[in-house]
Design a protein around this ligand. Structure first.
Ligand code: PNS
Length: 162
């Protein structure tokens, strides 16, 4: 039996907390598809192609069984399209739990055959968020250790040009 999981998110941009979850999920599942939500209603720093490319560069060492795809619409439809029966999400703190519980139940109602699995973010990355790393980079702070190297380079480049 092949266990396939999707790891959906906005990833604007991917942080080391996301990468840690992807790395651990890659060990748990036979195939892992990182799904990057293309939400035109949400103003993103990096467009969908940039986010996909940055994640591809960041997860390159995790193995051929890890892929990265953009998606729009429902996460459960994305999961079904890839034959996935698991959704992976990271939990950093109790504050994440309520929204994640609601999403997990909604997704389960929509697609009972797709289950959500949670991985606790590694302790050293539990404070990280995409929005805070963008703010640090915007004001010239050092994001090393917060984001994968390709993302750090892209952030520096993006804000250097402003
Ligand atoms: O990185 P994020 O922003 O916390 O990810 C949220 C995401 C993309 C997982 C969530 O917004 C999502 O699944 N969006 C797709 C639309 C959907 O399926 N909505 C109903 C389920 S909650």
């Amino acid at each position: 039996m092949t266990r396939v999981a999707v790891f959906p998110g906005s990833f604007d941009p991917m942080t080391n907390a996301h990468l840690d979850v992807a790395r651990r999920a890659a060990e748990l599942f036979d195939r892992l598809v990182v799904g990057v939500l293309n939400n035109p209603k949400k103003q993103a720093l990096f467009d969908i192609e940039e986010r996909v490319a940055l994640i591809r560069a960041s997860v390159a060492s995790l193995g051929d069984h890890v892929s990265v795809e953009a998606f729009d619409g429902l996460t459960v439809d994305f999961a079904r399209a890839h034959g996935a029966t698991f959704i992976v999400r990271g939990l950093r703190a109790v504050s994440d739990f309520e929204a994640e519980l609601q999403m997990a139940h909604t997704n389960r109602k929509l697609a009972p055959e797709v289950d959500t699995t949670f991985l606790m973010s590694a302790l050293e990355y539990g404070y990280l968020s995409s929005s805070l790393t963008k703010e640090v980079a915007l004001f010239g702070g050092d994001v090393a250790g917060m984001v994968p190297e390709p993302v750090g380079a892209a952030l520096r480049d993006r804000f250097a040009r402003r």
